[in-house]
Design a binder for this molecule. Structure first.
Ligand code: SF4
Length: 369
């Protein structure tokens, strides 16, 4: 049964230097064509999405859509999914797009959680990352979010080339001031085919040192704990009760449907992915949506471990057994080695990474992949 619905809107005003998501800058006509294609795909799957508990509209930058186009899309969505019954309806935003009219539209369609890409509050880092918002935009947006009463998450990055400890501490001070319900704090990863990767390969920028990144991660963990956040996944922190229900569907390997360009779905023990090409996607929705999907490898025995170990609570050993009909150590006896070397531990029926294991998780993953 599909528990989560992901909707991908790939448009951005500008391309960030580190980004490898499916995104693009597009003209109004292309945006309109794409949004119509999304509606066709959602209509096609309306039987499947009937019982969805969560929705996540991500991108790209979904908030960069023209308000009338956004409202028309949300209206169509509401005719296919009963939005008032959704337990968590997420929407990703850029700080400079947040204003009263925009929030009014989101509230009208029962959006209950906003995820805002702040990334950093140091102007030189924002410029380096290719972000177009300013610190003033963030302040204004946070104020409006607080007034709106909608739950909100702020996304931050650390280990950005040029980021000093003072800059990191300043960001943490701002977090204290903004007091969001949830924080996603990611270490900047240099992905292939990004401007940042090109800069590093051509010695224009030096990659961030691993040992300092680890110190920063410790500082973030400690400070957010002091501020009352519970770390429940490698990069995610929540005030009690504000964990992301939608993301937990992925980490628990539950069933979800992804619609839109390059979106992944997982149900009936298979995983599928939509096409990467915009034209191919739009034309595909005009024919028969299922023809567009490609099969990808799906190995629940492995993925339950990879996903489960991302959570600080770890893998429920009974749940693992009930899902794959085998004990985790029968499937991967090598994991016992990491109990002995203290990268893994078992606590209250859950297999999890130790504090040390969180940093050296790759050693565990390499043994089972
Ligand atoms: S706004 Fe987000 S999706 Fe768009 S280019 Fe930047 S990081 Fe990528």
């Amino acid at each position: 049964m599909i528990k989560g619905l992901y909707i991908h809107i790939p448009f951005c005003e500008h391309i960030c230097t580190y980004c490898d998501f499916a995104k693009m800058v597009a003209n109004d006509q292309l945006k309109e064509d794409y949004m119509q294609a999304l509606v066709r795909e959602i209509e096609y799957y309306s039987d499947l999405t009937e019982k969805a508990e969560t929705i996540y509209i991500g991108g790209g930058t979904p908030s960069c859509l023209d308000h009338s186009l956004l409202e028309a899309f949300l209206y169509e969505l509401s005719t296919n999914v009963n939005l008032s019954k959704i337990k968590e309806f997420n929407f990703e935003v850029n700080p400079s797009d947040v204003n009263q009219d925009f929030l009014k539209i989101l509230k009208k369609y029962h959006v209950s959680r906003i995820s805002m890409g702040v990334q950093a509050l140091e102007p030189s880092l924002l410029k380096f990352l290719g972000r177009t918002h300013t610190i003033e935009d963030v302040f204004k947006a946070v104020e409006l979010l607080q007034e709106s009463g909608i739950e909100y998450n702020l996304d931050f990055l650390y280990a950005v080339p040029g980021q000093t400890k003072e800059m990191l501490l300043k960001d943490l001070e701002y977090i204290q001031k903004f007091n969001p319900h949830h924080i996603s704090y990611y270490s900047l990863i240099v992905e292939d085919k990004t401007i940042l990767n090109y800069w590093i390969n051509n010695h224009k920028v030096t990659d961030f040192p691993d040992d300092i990144a680890r110190d920063y991660a410790d500082i973030i963990d400690q400070r957010l704990k002091e501020l009352g956040y519970h770390k429940y996944e490698v990069s995610n922190y929540a005030k009690p009760g504000f964990e992301s229900k939608h993301n937990l569907i992925y980490w628990d390997l539950e069933e979800y449907l992804g619609v839109g360009l390059n979106a992944s779905s997982q149900y009936n023990y298979i995983r599928m992915k939509n096409p990467k090409g915009l034209r191919e996607y739009i034309e595909g929705t005009k024919k028969h949506a299922l023809n567009m999907h490609l099969l990808e490898d799906y190995n629940p025995k492995l993925e339950l471990i990879l996903m489960g170990l991302r959570k600080t609570s770890g893998i429920n050993l009974e749940y693992y057994k009930s899902r794959v009909r085998n004990d985790v150590f029968e499937v991967y006896p090598i994991l016992k080695k990491h109990l002995d070397n203290n990268l893994l531990e078992i606590k209250d029926g859950f297999l999890k990474l130790t504090e040390e294991g969180m940093y050296l998780a790759n050693q565990v993953y390499l043994d089972i992949i």
